[in-house]
Design a protein around this ligand. Structure first.
Ligand code: IPE
Ligand code: IPE
Ligand code: MG
Length: 239
């Protein structure tokens, strides 16, 4: 049993390793992405069960557009299917869905489903599910800087008085608290352009488990590990 005050409020996950999972089985990469959807369902379920308030899933980076067209198409078609088939159920469970990233990069058809899902679930509060699609941390920071520069040029913003909290208000979702825990599956020790501003003091957890194999038990292991950590935020150990 993990005490409730040791449960992270916001968990972010870099869902990596779908391709390797498929390759190990002699299957096309696509199957890894497909089976990975089941891990997404389980992560949402587990987050709800443990009273996690925010779950952010890195589903597709801006850099992932560089992949072969066929793979990108497959991934987009999975997003479309999930957003069509699963939203009603998530809505019934009280999940608020927010898609975060360069939404203008998405096809109009997918964009429509994204907008519908966000509109339908916007008043829910049991779990805030942020799906990062066509997301890049540097782009998010650049976009924020551009918005600020525009306002400053119009004389509507005094740059000298800005602090870090003011800057946050120009990010895509200022209401999203910084992640307490960032999980990355499949062993890579890097952040791959995810939530760069927000992870300044986030606890990191990397597991060798590939995303399609990352199920409830693995998630609970990460939560237990987090619960045993001491966070300092640059201060000294509380005595
Ligand atoms: C993560 O799995 C899913 C996406 C990035 C869309 P990968 O497709 O990156 O799988 P690996 O890392 O090649 O195994
Ligand atoms: C990060 O995984 C992006 C997502 C999980 C969506 P990648 O597989 O794209 O990252 P790299 O290329 O290994 O850094
Ligand atoms: Mg990868």
């Amino acid at each position: 049993m993990i005490p409730q005050d040791r449960i992270p409020r916001h968990v972010a996950i870099i869902m990596d390793g779908n391709g390797r999972w498929a390759r190990k089985r002699g299957l096309p990469r696509y199957y890894g992405h497909k089976v990975g959807v089941e891990s997404v369902r389980e992560a949402i379920r587990t987050a709800i069960d443990f009273g996690i308030e925010y779950l952010t899933l890195y589903a597709f980076s801006r850099e992932n557009w560089k992949r072969p067209g066929k793979e990108v198409e497959m991934i987009m078609s999975i997003f479309r299917q999930v957003l069509t088939r699963e939203v009603a159920k998530l809505h019934r469970e009280g999940v608020k869905i927010v898609v975060m990233g360069r939404l203008q990069d998405l096809s109009s058809d997918l964009r429509k489903r994204v907008d519908e899902a966000m509109e339908l679930t916007k008043a829910n509060s049991r779990l805030n599910l942020y799906l990062a699609i066509s997301y890049g941390g540097r782009t998010e920071i650049m976009d924020a800087a551009k918005k600020m520069a525009r306002l400053a040029a119009e004389g509507k913003l005094r740059l000298d008085e800005l602090n870090e909290e003011d800057f946050r208000n120009f990010l895509y979702h200022p209401e999203l608290p910084d992640p307490d825990l960032l999980i990355r599956t499949s062993g890579e020790l890097r952040v791959s352009n995810f939530l760069l501003w927000q992870i300044a003091y986030t606890e990191l957890y990397v597991t060798e488990t590939l995303w399609p194999d990352f199920r409830r038990e693995e998630f609970v292991k990460a939560l237990e590990d987090y619960a045993s950590r001491e966070r300092r935020f640059g201060g000294v150990k509380a005595s």
